[in-house]
Design a protein around this ligand. Sequence first.
Ligand code: MN
Length: 254
Amino acid sequence: MHVLLTNDDGVDSPGLLALAQALRALGEVSVLAPDHNWSASGHVKTLHRPLRAWSFTLADGSPAMTTDGAPSDCVALAVLGLIEKPIDLVISGINPHANVGHDVTYSGTVMAAMEAVINGVPGLAISLDSPGIPSSVEAYRGAADVARRLAERLQSHPLPAGVLLNVNVPNLPAEAYRGISLTRQGLRLYRDALVRREDPRGRPYFWIGGEAPTGILEKGTDLWALSQALVSITPLQLDLTSYPALEALHPLTR
Ligand code: MN
């Protein structure tokens, strides 16, 4: 099995290293990740500038590649031939913060896994539900082990076409996980606020600030699972069509 790892936090992130170390037990691992943090960059295809890619050495001395492209660019570059050997699975992460509810559309982590699926390669995004950004590889070991076990199971139970997995792991020692739950996307409550300031030259500038988001803990959702110390697996699909609306909006065509 040949696994491509990427992330949106940058090639030097401890979550990526933990993932690389865990997945090596399963087969060959290639790493191609952005040279800086692209968190909340969503689904990107860089069209208007050249992309550069170069070698990088992870903190444990193992080889990787990095690029000035976005997380989804990393996946496209790799599957289109920058990495010559065919890729069986793309894993993106481990993001330090949960990607739940509407977060998935902002998430560079999740959109890298989506880019894999667009290119016909199974994709899995994995995030840790940490309030801060853990700097030690150890903090990500439990989540990395979840990724390794899922990668192993996907070999005998392949994902349906057009489906990616969005995995979120409680911020607990692995022995405290209460199980694994298949979930649906929950509802995030964003508390964004417009911050309006002046630069040193007296010109106004704006920042999207505010409090960290909360969410509604409805049973069966990704947010709920994390609140119950459960590992959450949400299958996401590329088809964003609202099928109920296809029916309901029929009057628009008359
Ligand atoms: Mn991130």
